[in-house]
Write a protein that binds this ligand. Structure first.
Ligand code: IPE
Ligand code: IPE
Ligand code: MG
Length: 257
């Protein structure tokens, strides 16, 4: 094996985040700039999600968690909320078989109770689809809030009579069975969490881009992943890299000679 191939083999896996979380923001502004109704932005946003999923599968991401509707998004005008719900129904009907064909299984997180029966039925059907071979798990946060998640976990832990510790409560949080997100991408230029995975993002690397969600493509994803690859994750420890004498083009010293 040539030296080049050998280095590629060792360098590759650590550079791709295992779990990517995405706040898909900017649909409304994208539409308004084109003198279109905000709901048109949401429609084009659905296509951007298709590109994100394809790109993540290609890059070898194992878990993808997207924020589709927050527990605060009910505060939007009623027409926008119902247009969004209709879009979710259509997307579920259209995309579930397509996702399975790509090796992607679906799971939802959030409070399903306020959702209508049709929607809940489609969600349950999508979750029970058999995907073989499995390449990536797609988690869709729908009527999700990070604070809601902490409260539901605390209630479940209390009902089970367990003593509250970080570990025991963590077991009842959404997505407790998969690794926490390595990388959070937020489009649309806002630098905030907006009540997404508050517990699970404790040590996630954040990547913000001005790109509005409907313009998101494989290249934006590649930039985010390349940026992630340059980060040094310390998890509270001190750096294990040599002090700043290194190459300014490779500050984290990740490049393999
Ligand atoms: C994100 O885009 C989609 C949802 C929150 C459902 P927005 O609708 O928030 O778009 P902006 O931020 O108003 O541009
Ligand atoms: C976050 O975006 C929620 C989703 C992307 C689904 P928002 O547009 O609702 O967030 P804020 O209101 O700007 O904080
Ligand atoms: Mg927004």
């Amino acid at each position: 094996m040539s030296g080049k191939n050998a280095s590629r083999k060792t360098a590759q896996p650590a550079l791709v985040p295992r779990h990517v979380a995405v706040v898909m923001d900017g649909n409304g502004r994208w539409a308004t700039r084109r003198l279109l109704p905000r709901t048109a932005g949401h429609k084009f946003g659905a296509d951007a999600l298709t590109r994100l999923v394809r790109g993540c599968v290609q890059q070898g991401v194992q878990y993808l968690t997207v924020f589709a509707f927050s527990s605060e998004n009910w505060k939007r005008p009623a027409e926008e909320v119902s247009a969004l719900m209709e879009l979710f129904v259509q997307a579920l009907q259209r995309e579930t078989p397509e996702l399975a064909a790509q090796g992607v299984c679906l799971r939802f997180l959030g409070d399903r109770e306020p959702l209508n029966a049709r929607m809940r039925e489609l969600m349950a059907q999508a979750e029970s689809a058999v995907v073989e071979p499995l390449r990536m798990r797609l988690n869709v946060a729908l009527n999700y809030g990070g604070r809601w998640d902490i409260v539901q976990a605390a209630r479940a832990a209390q009902a089970a009579g367990v003593e509250l510790t970080e570990q025991s409560l963590g077991r009842y949080m959404c997505l407790a069975d998969i690794p926490e997100p390595d990388l959070l991408i937020r489009t649309g230029g806002e630098h905030r969490v907006s009540n997404f995975l508050l517990w699970q993002l404790a040590y996630t690397e954040f990547y913000f881009t001005e790109t509005l969600w409907p313009d998101f493509d494989e290249q934006t994803l590649a930039h985010a992943i390349a940026d992630f690859a340059r980060r040094e994750r310390r998890f509270g420890r001190v750096s294990d890299k040599p002090a700043a004498s290194g190459d300014p083009a490779d500050p984290a010293g990740l490049r393999v000679a």
